[in-house]
Ligand binder design. Structure first.
Ligand SMILES: [Fe+2]
Ligand SMILES: [Fe+2]
Length: 243
């Protein structure tokens, strides 16, 4: 069993005291997740000793950092659209449905990573208020620059975010392959996490396609604008992994 499974939030049906007790027990279990655990199942009347898989400290750190960056990125995406949509849709009412569709998907992604951070007790980035301000400024500026610049912003952001999610999918697949090679059980939660990140990555790449279809490449000045945004995204990812 992967260690991140052992920090599930308490059931809502438990009393506060029970919830607190369980949380404490779970925290202790999480803290010692790299230690071998006793089997807790009986098979054919004998105590079974299944191989249990836990995340290494490096894997746990990778997962913490990755999910923290994902939450920050999705926060930024919702705020970029929140600032971009009013001037953009005022000038181009025909863009309202596509912008709403992309915003709704970003809001769904943000909700997913908020849930995962709470579930695995991962702290949000210390840069949260800075990214809120930066994303709002980026959204408003590109929205005011016009349709092509707004689309170029989406194209640039999604190019970086698509690469970022691909890196995570590759890493998680390599963990899964490592477990298979050792003949160990694959935690269903790991499968679920990979599927979630793949689905979100595909939706980001769909946004990238929408942006190109809506003349992102006609933005003026295309190269400097998209380069600034792409390097900005990479810098933000780098900082968020550490803070
Ligand atoms: Fe997203
Ligand atoms: Fe997106």
């Amino acid at each position: 069993m992967m260690s991140f499974k052992s920090i599930r939030m308490p059931s809502q049906t438990l009393s506060s005291a029970q919830s607190l007790r369980r949380l404490t027990q779970q925290s202790r279990r999480y803290a010692s997740s790299t230690a071998p655990r006793k089997a807790d199942a009986l098979v054919d009347g004998k105590q079974a000793l299944p191989k249990r898989t836990v995340l290494s400290p490096e894997q746990r750190k990778f997962l913490d950092n990755a999910l923290r960056v994902n939450q920050a990125g999705e926060l930024a995406a919702t705020l970029i659209y929140t600032a971009q949509i009013p001037p953009l849709v005022k000038a181009h009412p025909n863009l309202a449905p596509i912008m709403k569709h992309m915003y709704d998907q970003e809001a769904g992604h943000f909700k997913t990573f908020n849930h995962l951070l709470a579930k695995h007790r991962i702290r949000p980035t210390a840069m949260y208020p800075i990214w809120q301000a930066a994303a709002t400024v980026l959204g408003w500026t590109t929205g005011m620059m016009g349709r092509e610049a707004a689309m170029a912003c989406t194209e640039a952001v999604e190019t970086e975010i698509g690469n970022h999610y691909n890196g995570q999918v590759r890493e998680l697949f390599s963990w899964m392959q490592g477990l298979k090679d050792k003949g160990e059980e694959i935690d269903p939660e790991l499968h679920e996490l990979i599927d979630t990140i793949k689905r979100i990555r595909d939706e980001e790449l769909e946004h990238l396609d929408h942006a190109v279809e809506h003349d992102a490449k006609e933005a003026q000045p295309y190269e400097p604008l998209t380069n600034v945004i792409r390097y900005g995204c990479r810098g933000a990812i780098w900082v968020t992994e550490r803070l």
